[in-house]
Design a protein around this ligand. Structure first.
Ligand SMILES: NC(=O)c1ccc[n+]([C@@H]2O[C@H](COP(=O)([O-])OP(=O)(O)OC[C@H]3O[C@@H](n4cnc5c(N)ncnc54)[C@H](O)[C@@H]3O)[C@@H](O)[C@H]2O)c1
Length: 415
């Protein structure tokens, strides 16, 4: 099929590469010229295993010009949906992309499907995207189709999970649009669920809210275990054997971060409040998470006085396998350390460049140089941290890196 993808970020670029690999003709539209230049030069602008290799195997057109979408059968909208200051979701990029798509729709003769892949709050495709697209003078369901095709990719394993998803959710305005989109995924083996647009939107945002809840739950159990001298990881193993609970997402630590889970949770809370529902569980999940990373500082202060101390940070990305530092616990930790007068050294295998933009004054060094500090905080569980020499050090571990238990003083955040 002829596919266009609007937005060449984590979601758009991975979808572009994978859909091209599946034999489609793909063009990628973005407003970021530098990003497109890297992609057309065969270099992935994001750190994602396998992506640069796959970019070299496929042929993708890149452009800033929306006329690129003129002969497409499916147009995916993959632009960002960041948080507003009050936690609600900004649909500004989605609206802007829809306006530009509408301008091309005006003169487009063939039927095509516009599929929203960005995560949006329930109602957004119906209430924002479709009215803007219809400003073209064309009618949804008659002249063009609309779907909401939520993305469940996991950064760090994005290509794998795009090709091997747990499920494909197709929210559809009408069945013609849904049929066409389902046809695109015929070679991907996964259960397909076809729903209304707003159900698909809710499935995505509720999935992230559930994952957040599971993490805050096990962190709460972990915080209690720490006080009671119980190993929370053993407790989690015991819980996980119950298939109603499941063993995944039960690693207690410093909580969730990243570009999606916190933002989507805040957006769902704000959306619930707009319909005058008080989402007490979701708010508690968020509140616990907001304080969790800083528990490392409390533990650190038992052993080191911060003013004038040199504190090493191992790991800056919100999880291993990615260079994404958005809403990473490391941000809150480093900001607090600097405010308290500590000198910060840091190491991360992938995320230094994006972290440096936020904290230019932190010293970015090798892992070994970072270990040579008054105390070390392990913030991300990169596998290579299992091979460092922690002997003689003071280590506060936010991620249960077993090797670090050899440290002279070792404290786990929940164990
Ligand atoms: N990153 C993830 O793991 C992930 C997973 C599932 C869903 N999502 C959702 O997918 C969406 C995109 O996320 P992302 O992480 O890929 O974002 P991103 O910030 O990495 O990429 C967004 C891209 O859109 C481009 N853009 C913005 N406005 C544009 C416009 N008007 N026209 C063309 N391009 C434009 C930006 O330049 C950028 O390259 C968000 O709604 C996010 O919540 C993300």
């Amino acid at each position: 099929m002829r596919i266009s993808i609007i937005g060449a970020g984590y979601v758009g670029l991975v979808a572009a590469v994978c859909l091209a690999k599946l034999g489609n003709k793909v063009s990628l539209v973005d407003i970021d010229v530098e990003r497109l230049r890297q992609i057309s030069g065969g270099v992935s602008p994001i750190h994602e295993p396998g992506l640069t290799e796959m970019l070299g195997q496929v042929d993708i057109e890149t452009s800033t010009d929306y006329r690129q979408i003129e002969d497409s059968e499916v147009v995916f909208i993959c632009v960002g949906t960041p948080s507003e200051a009050d936690g609600s979701m900004s649909l500004a990029h989605i609206a802007e992309a829809s306006r530009k798509v509408a301008a091309v729709l005006k003169s487009k003769n063939d039927y095509c499907v516009i599929a929203v892949k960005s995560t949006v709050v329930p109602g957004a495709t119906d209430e924002v995207v479709i009215p803007i697209l219809e400003e073209s003078g064309k009618k949804a369901g008659r002249d063009f189709g609309v779907c909401m095709d939520p993305e469940f990719l996991r950064e760090g394993k994005a290509v794998y999970y795009y090709m091997n998803p747990a499920r494909i959710i197709i929210g559809e305005h009408d069945s013609r649009a849904g049929d066409l989109l389902q046809g695109l995924y015929r070679d991907v083996k996964a259960p397909v669920l076809r729903t209304s647009l707003r159900t698909a939107e809710m499935i995505k945002i509720a999935s992230n809210a559930f994952l957040a809840t599971k993490i805050s739950f096990i962190n709460e159990i972990g915080n209690i275990c720490k006080q009671l001298g119980i190993d929370t990881y053993e407790v989690a193993r015991g819980l996980g054997y119950d298939d109603r609970i499941g063993s995944k997402f039960l690693n207690s630590g410093i909580g969730f971060g990243g570009s999606c889970i916190p933002k989507d949770l805040r957006a769902l809370i704000a959306r619930a409040k707009r319909v005058e529902y008080a989402p007490g569980v979701l708010e508690a999940v968020l509140n616990l998470n907001d304080g969790q990373a800083l528990r490392m500082i409390e533990l650190l202060m038992k052993h080191v006085s911060l003013r004038g101390a040199t504190i090493g940070i191992l790991g800056l990305s919100f999880k291993p396998g990615t260079d994404d530092t958005r809403d990473s616990g490391a941000i809150r930790i480093v900001r607090t350390l600097i405010d308290e007068g500590a000198r910060v050294k840091a190491y991360d295998p992938a995320a230094v460049e994006s972290f440096r933009k936020l904290f230019p004054d932190v010293e970015y060094l090798s892992a070994e140089e970072v270990l040579d500090s008054d105390a070390v905080l392990i913030v991300t569980e990169w596998e290579e941290f299992e091979h460092l020499d922690y002997r003689g050090r003071i280590v506060i571990d936010g991620r249960r890196v077993r090797k670090a238990e050899e440290a002279r003083i070792y404290e786990g955040v929940c164990w």
